[in-house]
Design a protein around this ligand. Structure first.
Ligand code: NAD
Ligand code: MG
Length: 392
């Protein structure tokens, strides 16, 4: 039986890579539903190629436009415009696996729907877990879902860990998340104020969405990944360490109680963790090129410089603060990055907005989707205020 897949965020970098892997295995997978925010033409192309049952767009005008084009082209896909359409395609009884590749907290609600419906949940959307925390993990447990990390570092750790999660606590000493250091790893800290969105989005090894590209440049991406790892692998914040490894060949490592370390390696290509998640525990062709050890000059490692990357440490700070603080940090960062990308905030003020928001918003322990969304909304208001005070 073919597995039916819903891809949330199919027009983004992870979404397109997912469809690339899926297209290599027409005998194993079929696309049940696709979703995107505004890219109607790309969505139309994807509908023509994969013939999903449903397509969802984030706004009514985009959905309307897509529906017209689908009709003109005689395609079988229905454009679903119902309230809660994302949750419907994430939890539909015919769906086996959901690729969560929406960017930001906007992906939380459909992720929770997939988790509650017991799906195989392929999680690229790290912000959903950073915001959802305990509530998210409880939904996974109670729904009987299988949560598989797609973030390359977390996929690496998952692949290095014993298959039985019951052994993790007694065997694992710590995990080492590797980080590329982004495009400004060696840039003089006093010049960070002049960085433009185009410079920040030019990542050395990966072509990614604009938000995660900026997060990689500030290393807030790694901060979010520390929080993501805390929940995925049920670790204490102090068991999670970060090391800069510019070549991005080692995708992350696990250190065991006896000081032995296992690492996962490969060419930096997101199709590898995507194929791993899709097929786990089996292995399928991903399309990625093989690592050529003879051509590798060196694998190097260094510590992250706190003057260049002050945001990195906010992850441990937020994890050790009252529950919900990570949701506040995520909302602040989403607002600050958007302000930077639209030319309203300096690059080095992203951190200032994050700090000011953490100071301004005291979370009350969120225990439901509604309370998480309310906290997210409050934090966004505070972050907007902080960003406006620093606006260019
Ligand atoms: P992207 O910007 O390229 O794509 C985002 C997708 O989400 C698009 O399809 C867009 O249409 C959709 N979308 C955006 N806002 C939406 C909204 N409000 N409602 C519904 N749909 C919306 O981003 P990306 O680089 O593919 O990243 C997606 C997620 O995967 C992020 O959470 C990111 O952190 C994570 N991730 C990405 C990479 C990577 O290499 N790109 C690696 C690891 C993790
Ligand atoms: Mg990553």
């Amino acid at each position: 039986m073919k597995q039916k897949i819903t891809v949330l965020g199919s027009t983004g970098s992870i979404g397109k890579n997912t469809l690339d892997v899926v297209a290599r295995h027409p005998d194993r997978y079929e696309v049940f539903a696709l979703s995107a925010a505004t890219q109607v033409d790309l969505m139309l192309q994807q509908c023509a190629q994969f013939k999903p049952r449903f397509a969802v767009m984030a706004s009514a005008p985009h959905a309307q436009l897509l529906a017209e084009k689908i009709k003109q082209n005689g395609l079988p896909t229905s454009v679903l415009q119902a309230q809660g359409a994302l949750e419907i395609i994430a939890s539909h009884e015919e769906v086996d696996a959901v690729m969560a590749a929406i960017v930001g907290a906007a992906g939380l609600s459909p992720c929770l729907a997939a988790a509650r419906a017991g799906k195989r949940l392929l999680l690229a959307n790290k912000e959903a877990l950073v915001v959802g925390g305990n509530v998210f993990m409880r939904a996974v447990r109670e729904g009987g879902a299988t949560l598989l990390p797609i973030d390359s570092e977390h996929s690496a750790i998952f692949q290095c860990l014993p298959e039985d999660p019951a052994c993790w606590a007694e065997r694992v000493d710590s995990i080492l998340l590797t980080a590329s250091g982004g495009p400004f790893r060696t840039r003089a800290p006093e010049t960070l104020a002049q960085i433009t969105p185009e410079q920040a989005c030019a990542h050395p090894n990966f072509s990614m969405g604009r938000k995660i590209s900026v997060d990689s440049a500030t290393m807030m991406n790694k901060a979010l990944e520390v929080i993501e790892a805390r929940w995925l692998f049920d670790l204490a914040p102090e068991q999670i360490k970060v090391v800069i490894h510019p070549q991005q060949i080692i995708h992350s490592m696990v250190q065991f109680k006896d000081a032995s370390i296992l690492a996962q390696l490969g060419t930096p290509d997101m199709r590898v963790p995507i194929a791993c998640g899709l097929a786990w525990p089996e292995r399928i062709e991903s399309g990625a090129s093989r690592l050529d050890f003879a051509a590798l000059a060196a694998l190097t490692f260094e510590e992250a410089d706190v003057r260049r990357f002050p945001g990195l440490h906010l992850s441990w700070q937020a994890l050790n603060a009252p529950e919900g603080t990570t949701a506040v940090l995520n909302a602040a960062n989403e607002v600050a990055v958007e302000a930077f990308l639209t030319g309203k905030l300096r690059f080095d003020h992203i951190h200032a907005v994050n700090l000011a928001t953490l100071d301004a918003v005291q979370p009350s322990k969120p225990d439901s989707l509604e309370s998480l969304l309310a906290l997210d909304a409050n934090a966004r208001v505070a972050a907007q205020r902080a960003a406006a005070a620093l606006a260019l």
